[in-house]
Design a protein around this ligand. Sequence first.
Ligand SMILES: [Ca+2]
Ligand SMILES: [Ca+2]
Ligand SMILES: [Ca+2]
Ligand SMILES: [Ca+2]
Length: 335
Amino acid sequence: MKKLSAALLSVIMILSVCVFTASADGEAFASVEALYFDRLPKIDGKVSVEEWGEPTVANVKYPDNAQTDIKDDDRKDVTFDIWFRYTYEGFYIALTTPDESPCNINTTSSSIWNGDCLQIRLDPVGCTVDQGLEPSATRNNNYSSNYQELAFAYNKTGGYCSAYCFKGIMGGDFLQVEGEGSYGATNDGAVTTYEIFIPWKEIVDETPEINDTFGIAAALLTATEGENSNKWQNWLEWGCGVINGRNDNICGTNRLTIANKSVFGGKIPAANVIKGDVDGSGELNNKDVVALFKYLSGVTVDNIVEDALDVNGDGEVDNKDVVALFKTVSSLIRV
Ligand SMILES: [Ca+2]
Ligand SMILES: [Ca+2]
Ligand SMILES: [Ca+2]
Ligand SMILES: [Ca+2]
């Protein structure tokens, strides 16, 4: 009996080693999840675990992460944390990276990539391997023709984030240059933070559904003020294809899944619910404001759409939502 158990144990151990090796070889790319943002962040270029939850991938670093690549010179210490989140309105990305010398002199041109910059490629058809493509050092070979490329940079003088879309549904243009709006970046002297919201309509034909997957790669370009004519010097790439990869580390794009999980454990609303359409009529008007007001006052309202009540997306249903809905409805009437 003892002998048999020992033999069984050895077989199990050998099997588990085999399984582990197989998955380590077969999955050189990373498979990660975008979580549903059930309490929307303030897009101000500041990011915390309280606001965003834990990073999707922490301490991205070459060669610790099998799916990373780096320009092989002096900045081998470059690292970042990255977050991916979604709502039915859009895609959220945050990134933090140590940087004592923020430098980008091209933030208002399509040369935005030539300095400290975050570049993202997103492929709605799926990751390289899921498309049946062979991971390649030639960057576009890792993508379908539907990929989008986005670049974000911190403008030190203005204190804002520039966002540029190299393809885009609109044909490639600035998403936004300045202001608090939907693209924020800051540098506190030690760390640069990007905080980004991209409406889905800017980058994909249809709003993604739960369990949809994307191909994704993120490249952080780095620059130091006064060096290399204030242009980019080095890069760290997670996944392949934003920059032509080196032959020793080709993984294709990583897989990003639109997950049926929220950041803070809240319920994920149905995809077809319009925020604020409290009576489910398909349009926003005064009846919704009245219904929400009644509901909050404790009056029973028939056929209320629970998923539509948190109008401002802060995770609570309260008077602020009545105010937000009233503002939205008023602006619709003015238009
Ligand atoms: Ca924030
Ligand atoms: Ca820098
Ligand atoms: Ca309605
Ligand atoms: Ca709310």
